[in-house]
Ligand binder design. Structure first.
Ligand code: SF4
Length: 204
């Protein structure tokens, strides 16, 4: 596998930040299993995890006016590198005040051993989490978290708590991967949590 220092890359109209290759899950659908990049990003397998200074320099090398949103999402779970994430989010807000999004598996509190959601306030505008399935056992069969089936409730709790500190929390499933009945269950879960439910289009 080819490793490079692809710290930032374009995807559609947004700028993505690739902080880490560590992840507490091993999702059956993870793109890392079938590709090493997104479009012409360069390999997203990192030679090493970037420091804050390295991410800062990578951001200063792009024209931020070309992007609508800055997204923490790459070939790993961003909250695995939470300290760097916070510094980077502060830098983005101070220098450009761009909208920011965290794409996460929702296991950040388990990973960091504490409730990290208050730290998102003022730094992250949108949190997007893959709900995958309304059933905890089926969820775990899909995401294969190191934390086991408990990761489902922890992920929901993370979403609920995050809603207190960020403008928008989205839980999503992928179109055609679950039944309409299961989608209705997901919708109810989201209503109870006070977060947005989104069905994403299936992508190869
Ligand atoms: S949470 Fe994301 S990076 Fe981690 S295994 Fe799942 S899809 Fe891949």
């Amino acid at each position: 596998m080819k490793k490079e220092m692809t710290i930032v890359y374009r995807y559609n109209t947004n700028l993505y930040i690739n902080l880490t290759n560590r992840c507490s899950s091993s999702c059956v659908f993870c793109l890392r299993q079938t590709r090493d990049r997104m479009d012409d990003s360069g390999s997203l397998w990192l030679e090493h995890e970037p420091t804050f200074e390295e991410v800062k320099q990578a951001l200063l090398n792009v024209n931020m006016d070309e992007y609508d949103e800055v997204v923490f999402c790459g070939f790993g779970e961003p909250t695995e590198a939470f300290d760097v994430l916070l510094q980077v989010a502060d830098f983005i807000k101070e220098k450009w005040n761009k909208p920011t999004r965290l794409n996460t598996n929702g296991q950040g509190n388990l990973i960091n051993g504490r409730d990290i959601t208050p730290d998102l306030k003022g730094r992250i505008d949108t949190v997007s989490i893959s709900l995958n399935n309304p059933d905890p056992v089926k969820y775990q069969e899909i995401v294969r978290s190191i934390y086991g089936v408990e990761s489902f409730d922890a992920m929901l709790q993370f979403a609920k708590s995050a809603g207190k500190y960020v403008g928008k929390v989205i839980l999503s499933t992928v179109d055609t991967t679950i039944s309409h009945e299961e989608e209705e269950e997901c919708r109810k879960i989201c209503e109870e949590l006070g977060v947005t439910y989104r069905i994403r289009a299936y992508e190869e």
